[in-house]
Design a protein around this ligand. Structure first.
Ligand code: CO
Length: 241
């Protein structure tokens, strides 16, 4: 009980399975870290970054916090972005929210939970910014879905406004910032139409994603199976749920 022995047993079984599939897996991975993606997601236990996109250890650099918020003065998140962009030289930053987010719901309801209210104030700022659109929705469930989407869109904007990303684009480094949302009830990702690859694209992308969110919540859509693009790896392994 005190040492959580079942988790150590799970770990031994997992490591043995990885070695069975690829005998030098850990030796290879320990040599270098070169993931092409940075994931910024919610801490929610139901949204495990690598598993939902079928990536193995070594394939994605991950930063998670409550309600996937990117704050201009958060040294933790900014350090993850800087290290990912300047040292690992990731090509994609994915901000991924999820429907049913408890942090977003608390912000929507203006709940008083303690210290975390200060963190969720950033989501309440998103709510205030889009209060007219949210007020036009009939139910709290619709407002919750919509605020989850708007929060992702605004956090993508925040990523693109960091000095790290601005400097990367200014020196010609290829870097795309994406806004996605995950649905707990079907296990599928939806693309919110935010894919920014240059400072000049931001305003158009933002307007278009907001218009899409207003027209039809992505939650109602069943995402089409995407065609696999060049360079997108689809390795499957024990990391795949
Ligand atoms: Co959440």
């Amino acid at each position: 009980m005190r040492v959580l022995s079942h988790l150590f047993a799970n770990n031994r079984a997992w490591a043995a399975e990885m070695i069975r599939r690829e005998p030098d897996f850990f030796a290879r991975l320990s040599g270098v870290q070169a993931p092409p993606y940075l994931w910024i997601g919610c801490s929610d236990s139901r949204v495990p970054a690598n598993q939902i996109v079928g990536l193995l250890p070594g394939e994605m650099f991950v930063h998670r916090n409550v309600a996937n918020v990117v704050v201009h003065t958060d040294l933790n998140c900014l350090s993850a972005i800087q290290f990912a962009v300047e040292v690992l030289r990731v090509e994609h930053i994915i901000v991924c929210g999820h429907y049913g987010c408890g942090g977003v719901l608390s912000a929507l309801r203006d709940e008083k939970l303690g210290l975390i209210d200060n963190w969720l104030r950033h989501v309440q700022d998103v709510k205030s910014k889009h209060r007219i659109q949210l007020a036009g929705l009939a139910s709290e469930a619709q407002r919750h879905d919509c605020l989850c989407e708007l929060n992702v869109i605004e956090q993508v904007v925040n990523v693109t406004q960091t000095t790290v990303v601005r400097h990367a684009w200014a020196r010609g480094q290829a870097l795309a910032v994406h806004g996605w949302i995950y649905k707990l009830t079907d296990g599928l990702l939806r693309d919110l139409g935010m894919c920014v690859t240059a400072e000049a694209e931001l305003a158009r992308c933002y307007e278009s994603a907001l218009a899409d969110a207003a027209a039809e919540p992505a939650a109602a859509r069943i995402p089409e199976a995407p065609s696999v693009e060049n360079g997108v790896r689809t390795q499957k392994g024990p990391g795949m749920a």
